[in-house]
Design a protein around this ligand. Structure first.
Ligand code: SF4
Length: 339
């Protein structure tokens, strides 16, 4: 049987939905979705390890899972996913695009709400003291900021950093800013949703695919590590094989391809429902406060604190709430990777 990334993704989506809807310690049978038993077991065990559940059995028809959580509220959680391991910073909220699923409600009309270099520098320094291992800069479109190179340097001087961008502005003065950034410590994560323009342009605007691909090529020519992130609805995940082949053909390695599911947040009128109870947090800082997760940085329901400093206190508060929820909730928290 030949399986695909789509089959594995479908099984994970089924697990999230069916186990998420079950009561604690209830067993749930989830159909195999075109995968054989061995591959289904591997996918289910990996997901259960992250989410705190247990695979009970696998046969030709279904994988059966017992819903957690386990007695230790952090059991099964990958140490790299502990809240505070990665710190997200929203550099700004304005953007040259207005994608129809943007979780941050960014657009050319959005107010900038920039953190600014001084605040970012202080956050980066406090992040080191708080044992953060990676900084992730996002927006809005960070390359709209005239001092982005300075802001990125404040981060790469102290920690490995990833910078999210739509890749469309890497020309002229902004290309010069990119050239001043640290190639050893910085990864660029560029958004691209498909191997041909149709799907990407449908959600992000006519002509955006070509410019994003040009941006990926430019970043590779400038010797930056480039990760490409696609944001796709469950229905849009059919052409993934062609997508991976295309990315490899333009020099983006397979381990640097990230497929994200559209979240029902911001401008999106459908997508995966993400709540405090069902989301493994990743501490996220904006000019407005500390948030539970980057996908909800414009949503009051996931605001943790209006105070950015001391950063260690903000991280402790997210960890405390997460442990409390994992101990008490019947919902299954899932890791929803944005980078
Ligand atoms: S999804 Fe990214 S590129 Fe699109 S509007 Fe939002 S911030 Fe801008």
């Amino acid at each position: 049987m030949v399986s695909s990334t789509t089959d594995r993704g479908s099984l994970v989506l089924d697990l999230v939905q069916r186990v998420g809807a079950a009561a604690r310690l209830e067993t749930v049978a989830v159909p195999l979705r075109g995968l054989d038993a061995d591959e289904s077991r591997a996918v289910a065990e990996a997901w259960c390890d992250r989410a705190g559940h247990q695979v009970v059995s696998v046969d030709a028809e279904a994988v059966t899972v017992r819903k957690g959580p386990r007695a230790d509220p952090l059991a099964g959680l990958d140490p790299s996913l502990l809240p505070g391991t990665r710190l997200w910073l929203y550099t700004n909220f304005d953007c040259n695009l207005a994608c129809d699923y943007c979780c941050a409600k960014s657009s050319p009309q959005a107010a900038r709400r920039a953190l600014g270099v001084d605040v970012v520098r202080r956050l980066a320094q406090e992040a080191v003291e708080a044992d953060v291992s990676e900084l992730i800069l996002t927006g809005g479109e960070p390359f709209l900021l005239p001092d982005l190179d300075e802001l990125v340097a404040a981060c790469t001087d102290v920690l490995p950093t990833t910078l999210l961008t739509n890749g469309m502005l890497l020309r002229a003065g902004r290309l010069e800013r990119l050239r001043r950034m640290d190639r050893e410590r910085l990864t660029l994560q560029i958004s691209l949703d498909s191997s041909t323009p149709d799907l990407h342009d449908l959600h992000r605007g006519r002509g955006t695919w070509s410019k994003a691909v040009a941006g990926i090529r430019t970043a590779r020519e400038e010797a930056f590590r480039v990760r490409v992130a696609a944001t796709l609805s469950a229905d849009d995940q059919r052409g993934l094989t062609e997508f991976h082949d295309f990315l490899e053909s333009i020099g983006v390695r397979r381990e640097d391809h990230l497929i994200r599911t559209v979240a029902h947040r911001g401008f999106a009128d459908s997508g995966v429902e993400l709540t405090l109870e069902t989301l493994v947090p990743e501490v996220t800082i904006t000019a407005d406060g500390v948030y539970w997760h980057p996908v909800s940085a414009d949503h009051e329901d996931q605001l943790v604190s209006r105070s950015l400093f001391p950063l260690a206190d903000a991280i402790d508060e997210v960890r405390r709430r997460f442990i409390e929820m994992r101990t008490n909730t019947t919902a299954s928290a899932q890791f929803f990777p944005c980078a």
